[in-house]
Design a protein around this ligand. Structure first.
Ligand code: AMP
Ligand code: MN
Length: 327
């Protein structure tokens, strides 16, 4: 286990970034680490740099207003943290990471097992980067702000402690964090369940227009550029759609896609225990976790779904062969 405090000793300027299109874990792990480092090193400068769009549902978190979204400045960092991602998904922040005196990568993605830093802590068995950070943090520098951020990232990546990445240790760590005292019902409502009216309408539309295939074991829904422009929506408004599709009875794999640029789709997948979607996403240059993964694909919606479904079918067949053997 790496010792974050030791690794940062003497550093005057520390930078932190999570992945592009940051989610609750990427944002909250960055803000938790920022506050923790400021508690430990009050004289250091600690920058969190994330790319837009940054969902406003996390604006209760300490340091949210300080997040930098501009990469034009030429700054060199003594230490730079890449959280919740590999080098590619750092986006424009990659230049700061590459040029830093020391590069530290902390992540829980199976697809980034080796890590991309000089110092790496990658553990795919842990629910979230926030939970992983908690295992690395010294209690001396923790406070309620740090605890709240860590709890938020855990809530996001475990689907409020429901997904299979939730372990007994996750629950014990969440309980420890709760001891710091913060408004957890509000946090869960705002960061997980609450949607704007428009987001709810988009969700409704996607459910309405979803298409089932492979005997109802798969379901797909998508949004093209025209629809995005019409409703004035972007990636941050699509959170939760793919999970809702996965909730349909009989579905093993759900796919949600939105058009990023002409015939280029950002693909999100969620699965039951029968299919490892990270393995499929990796075939198309993406990654993620066994039950939740993503990638970017080119072509028509039909091309993309066809390409994905070949791999899904193979895994479903292998799973049913296993069931047959075990019966
Ligand atoms: P999403 O479907 O965007 O919610 O992502 C599901 C999981 O897969 C998250 O843990 C993401 O960080 C990860 N993921 C999504 N897209 C990619 C990608 N292109 N490369 C690596 N990991 C990804
Ligand atoms: Mn994560």
């Amino acid at each position: 286990m790496i010792d974050i405090i030791k690794e940062c000793e003497g550093a005057k300027r520390i930078g932190i970034s999570g992945h592009i299109r940051p989610d609750g874990d990427a944002i909250s792990s960055s803000l938790a680490l920022r506050k923790y480092l400021l508690n430990a090193f009050p004289d250091a400068t600690v920058d969190v740099i994330l790319s837009n769009p940054i969902p406003t549902i996390f604006d209760d978190e300490a340091g949210y207003d300080e997040i930098k979204r501009d990469y034009s400045e030429d700054v060199s960092y003594d230490v730079y943290f890449a959280l919740d991602c590999n080098r590619e998904r750092l986006g424009d922040a990659g230049k700061y990471f590459d040029a830093a005196g020391k590069r530290i990568n902390i992540d829980h993605h199976e697809s980034n097992k080796e890590g991309v830093g000089d110092v790496n802590e990658v553990n795919p068995d842990i629910s979230s980067t926030c939970e992983l950070l908690y295992t690395l943090f010294d209690k001396k520098y923790m406070d309620a702000d740090v605890a709240r951020c860590l709890y938020t990232g855990m809530v996001t990546d475990t689907g409020v402690f429901q997904y299979s990445c939730t372990s007994p240790d996750t629950m014990r760590r969440a309980a420890d964090l709760m001891e710091y005292g913060f408004d957890f019902p509000r946090l869960i409502q705002r960061s997980f369940y609450e949607k704007t009216y428009l987001q709810s309408q988009i969700l409704g539309r996607c459910l309405m227009e979803s298409v089932r295939f492979m005997d109802g074991k798969c379901v797909v829904s998508w949004i093209d550029r025209k629809t995005e422009d019409f409703y004035q929506v972007s990636s941050k408004d699509f959170e939760g759609i793919v999970s809702q599709l996965r909730n349909i009875r009989g579905v093993d794999v759900s796919i949600f896609m939105y058009e990023e640029s002409n015939q280029t789709y950002k693909v999100s997948m969620r699965s039951s225990e029968k299919v490892n979607v990270a393995k499929i996403a990796e075939k198309f240059g993406g990654g993620g976790h066994a039950r939740a993964a993503g990638c970017t694909m080119s072509g028509t919606v039909y091309d993309c779904v066809n390409n994905l479904s070949k791999h899904i079918e193979k895994q479903l067949e292998a799973a049913s062969d296993d069931e047959g053997t075990n019966a």
